[in-house]
Design a protein around this ligand. Structure first.
Ligand code: BGC
Length: 923
């Protein structure tokens, strides 16, 4: 009793003491982590946005954030003492993503440092996070003192195919002095053309084909590099290699788009800050020198590169070099009409390498073939023995003809050939710089034939935009795993600064239809938030005045034509990104484009029935007329369906943006178009009229929710019938394919979807795998072991569109799907089928890792799920008997972490907070 009394006294005294001294409990919660800005940027320099948004992730053990405190300052010291830019104070909010900056205005070059802390459900604070930072790039043309510089390569250029001017690649250089102690050196740089920069002989970065591809007549992106470590006190030199790239090269079918006047140019501004506070800028101006007599003799995206080692200029980018026969550069001012803006996503880089797996020596004495056993995009690294004066010729191909010869018909007019001319005997170590190829095989001739070819001679340098992998999927089914791998390689093969249709032929363009089809799958696989947001800017800039969206962006076709299902990328992709990231900026930025596209639909409709041109259900198998690539689904039906859908998504976007009236307006428009659609294309029995009844026709109507309830039910049955007629095969092209899994899933027909997915015969996903595919193919029958290649030269073996089924694999086989934007609420509901005994997926969502892993052993179904912090999940359990389910070691009926919210149709759904769940179900 006495003891108790003493304890009570001590407790009361300390409480009182605490009250008087206002002592607080020390924060014990671990800090927030993974601090990012905007679309996932980590400590960016040369950043593009002066009003960024802030995001962080909570430690795994935290279920919920109830408040946050964010501080932003112009130096790390001020951040702790007196944040001079922004201090939010404690904000009661669960929001941990995209908090918009509302602090002091920031200008070009400004730096900011920031950190955050949060409070959990019990109102306990975390410790402060680590400090993150950002530095802005040059945000306005006025920030540039530099001028465009380069040689006039037009006058002595070769006329190539038809009217193409081939610009000889040039080398530009300048020497300068660093005469005081340096604190920092920032290089701001871009080009008309593509460049690679060097300081004192060292490459300034690993970026490839910089600055990438934007609508150059409106906007060119600049890059920022911290080059402090490359400089030294005394004499220094800066240099650039410069080639045509997309800006001055040939694109499409022998066309020059922007390069009709002038020659490639560089814009470079090196800003030095000395310790004494003084500054010095080394800018591109008329003091620079240039030459076209460097070793890169030729470089074109489609055609390849020629490197002549006899032209090597050792040390040309160092201050020890004597630039004897170099000329003075031409100088041009910045144009007002072209905005130079910081790049808003990551440059292309070499992301991985592929070794040669097999060497094939054809009997006919032609070149030796190196097989990487994986179709890829990038360049080869060649470490090949050569004899002085000989020319190494490297050709590429995605696959071989059955007789072992090279299949290059599908490159069409793209020469896709590299040459290296040796200046001495010995082993070269070289890769091309200003071209890229889509290939699996490299054929070499012209090497030192006294040496036996070795696998080390050729390595594939795989290049794509520098994003991280975020999602993984695997299962007990080998071919499904191969399909997942092919989907991934399809993305790697076509995310080359912009989303392209294919990486190998004379095309490689930003086709809008292909992009809208693949966006959800791509977002699961990779952190492509910034990649898409950036391309959407390009799309906005490419929109025609009448609201039309071109076939490709950047718009190099310039034909003022539109296609339904293609232009709809303008509404579908922003919505896809928003639902998967919760980033409302993507809706804000693109809302006007969405609206204008909807009006464009409307302007080409009669009584709400679309009269718009369409590529249709592109490459649908078994079309009535095989030469017609557009499929059998009525163009009007497709156009009207997309018109309704575009209006629907725009109304949803308006709702998110708080635009109530516009939400209503577009919702009404959607309803009106849907009604017109139903009466024009469906009879009372839910059957297609006024057009061919195809799988895709039903899929569009059902997925876009265009039919009344009774007709929907009937149409569903007709769709099932169509599938049955095709012996449970798909009959869909580009537009129908992504919808097929979604519709069947919504109908509860997962078994059927498994059957279609696991079909081995044409047309199916496994069909191409059975024919040796290591990427997604453009056609369901691009190649068959029996019949060889599809006779059409439009036959890419690296075309991502059909990879859209990836979405269903993660969302249903593994079961991870967002229910609320950004996966704030998640549905984890795998449905096993197709004889699979296990599957798993992980996804690094904006809130943290989501995991769903299941396996069947005997009579037991095991399912492990991870729900990240600050989210909740609806977890589905396949059982109708709570007694037979064990969650985290306890019977579901005693489960205290979540609540059973549904027990229907053999599926029990529980709502759970973040955490790890281990479920066993006795079947
Ligand atoms: C591209 C496609 C594109 C199509 C338009 C083709 O040349 O490669 O992927 O969507 O044209 O129909």
């Amino acid at each position: 009793m006495k003891l108790f009394h003493n304890i009570r006294t001590i407790f009361t005294i300390s409480l009182l003491g605490c009250f008087l001294l206002s002592c607080r409990t020390e924060p014990t919660l671990k800090p927030a982590q993974d601090l990012t800005l905007n679309e996932g940027f980590v400590n960016p320099i040369g950043f593009y946005d002066a009003t960024p948004s802030f995001s962080w992730k909570l430690p795994q053990e935290i279920q919920k954030q109830t408040a946050y405190h964010l501080v932003v300052a112009s130096s790390p010291e001020l951040l702790s003492e007196d944040p001079d830019l922004w201090d939010t104070g404690k904000v009661s909010s669960g929001q941990s993503l995209y908090i918009s900056y509302e602090g002091k205005p920031l200008l070009s070059r400004d730096k900011m440092y920031w950190k955050v802390r949060f409070w959990n459900a019990e109102d306990q604070p975390s410790t402060w996070s680590e400090i993150a930072q950002m530095e802005l790039g040059l945000l306005q043309n006025e920030d540039w003192q530099a001028k465009w510089i380069g040689l006039n390569t037009r006058k002595d250029s070769i006329k190539g195919k038809s009217n193409i001017i081939i610009h000889t690649p040039q080398y530009l250089r300048k020497e300068f002095e660093v005469n005081k102690q340096l604190v920092s050196a920032k290089l701001y740089v871009t080009a008309k053309g593509v460049f690679k920069g060097f300081i004192n002989g060292k490459a300034i970065s690993e970026d490839v084909m910089s600055p990438g591809w934007t609508p150059y007549q409106k906007r060119i992106e600049s890059l920022t590099y911290d080059v402090t470590d490359l400089l030294k006190e005394g004499d220094n030199a800066i240099g650039f290699q410069l080639a045509s790239g997309w800006h001055f090269g040939r694109l499409l079918w022998n066309k020059m788009i922007w390069g009709q006047n002038g020659s490639p140019k560089v814009l470079s501004q090196l800003e030095l800050l000395y310790k004494d506070g003084t500054k010095k800028n080394i800018v591109s101006d008329n003091s620079w020198q240039g030459t076209t007599r460097g070793p890169i003799r030729f470089a074109e995206i489609y055609d390849g590169e020629i490197y002549d080692a006899n032209f090597q200029m050792h040390g040309w980018a160092t201050s020890d070099f004597e630039a004897k026969e170099w000329s003075k550069v031409e100088v041009a001012p910045l144009e007002n009409a072209i905005a130079i803006r910081p790049k808003r996503h990551h440059s292309v880089r070499q992301k991985t390498t592929l070794d040669t797996k097999e060497i094939i020596t054809p009997k006919d004495g032609s070149g030796v073939i190196f097989n990487l056993q994986q179709n890829m995009l990038g360049v080869p690294r060649l470490r090949v023995p050569m004899k002085k004066g000989d020319t190494l010729k490297v050709r590429f191909s995605e696959m071989l003809d059955p007789d072992g010869s090279f299949y290059t018909d599908n490159y069409r007019s793209a020469e896709s050939t590299d040459y290296y001319i040796a200046a001495e005997d010995g082993r070269i170590d070289w890769h091309p710089t200003f071209t890229f190829h889509g290939f699996q095989y490299a054929e070499l001739s012209g090497f030192d034939t006294s040496k036996t070819p070795k696998k080390e001679w050729v390595t594939g340098l795989v290049q794509y935009s520098d994003f991280d992998k975020t999602g993984y999927f695997s299962s007990s089914h080998d071919k499904l795993n191969q399909l997942q791998s092919n989907i991934n390689w399809g993305l790697r093969g076509n995310f080359f600064d912009i989303p392209t249709d294919c990486p190998q032929r004379d095309e490689r363009l930003g086709w809008t239809g292909d992009a809208q089809v693949i966006s959800p799958t791509s977002i699961f696989n990779n952190n492509v938030h910034a990649f898409w947001a950036s391309w959407l800017q390009t799309l906005r800039e490419s929109q025609y005045v009448d609201g039309g969206i071109p076939f490709v962006a950047p718009d190099v076709l310039e034909n003022n034509k539109v296609s339904s299902g293609w232009g709809d990328a303008a509404v579908i992709i922003p919505w896809d990104i928003y639902t998967r990231t919760a980033d409302t900026t993507v809706l804000k930025e693109n809302y006007e484009m969405m609206k204008k596209w909807v009006s464009h639909h409307q302007s080409i409709s009669e009584n709400y029935i679309s009269q718009m041109n369409s590529f249709g259900d592109w490459l649908q198998p078994f079309q009535a007329k095989e030469s017609n690539k557009r499929g059998d689904t009525s163009k009007k039906l497709i156009g009207t369906a997309f018109f309704a859908h575009a209006a629907h998504l725009t109304s949803k976007a308006a709702e998110v943006l708080g635009l109530k009236e516009e939400k209503e307006e577009y919702q009404k428009l959607y309803q009106t178009v849907a009604n017109a659609f139903e009466s024009e294309f469906f009879d009372n029995e839910g059957k297609i009229k006024n057009g061919k009844a195809t799988q895709t026709a039903y899929l569009l109507a059902l997925h876009f929710d265009l039919l009344s309830d009774t007709i929907t039910k009937k149409a569903e049955q007709h769709l099932l019938h169509k599938i049955e007629e095709a012996d449970n095969h798909l009959r869909t092209g580009f537009l129908g394919t992504p919808l097929l899994p979604r519709v069947l899933d919504a109908m509860g027909e997962t078994d059927l979807m498994y059957q279609i997915l696991l079909k081995e015969t044409y047309p199916s996903w496994f069909y191409s795998i059975n024919q040796g595919a290591t990427t997604m193919w453009e056609r369901w029958n691009s190649y068959s072991r029996l019949e060889g290649y599809n006779p059409e030269s439009m036959n890419s073996l690296n075309h991502y569109a059909y990879g859209a089924v990836g979405e269903w694999m993660y969302e249903r086989i593994a079961g991870i799907k967002p229910l609320e934007p950004g996966y704030k609420k998640i549905r984890i509901a795998p449905i096993p089928g197709g004889g699979l005994t296990s599957a798993e997926a992980t996804y690094d969502s904006p809130y943290g890792e989501i995991k769903s892993t299941w396996k069947i052993e005997g009579d037991t179904f095991y399912h492990d799920a991870t729900v990240p912090p600050n989210t909740t999940a609806l977890l589905s359990i396949i059982s109708d008997n709570v007694q037979r389910v064990i969650v985290n070691g306890a019977s579901l009926k005693d489960f205290k972490y979540g609540q059973v919210i549904e027990n229907e149709d053999g599926i029990i759904t529980i709502e759970v907070p973040s955490g790890n769940y281990s479920i066993q179900t006795l079947r």
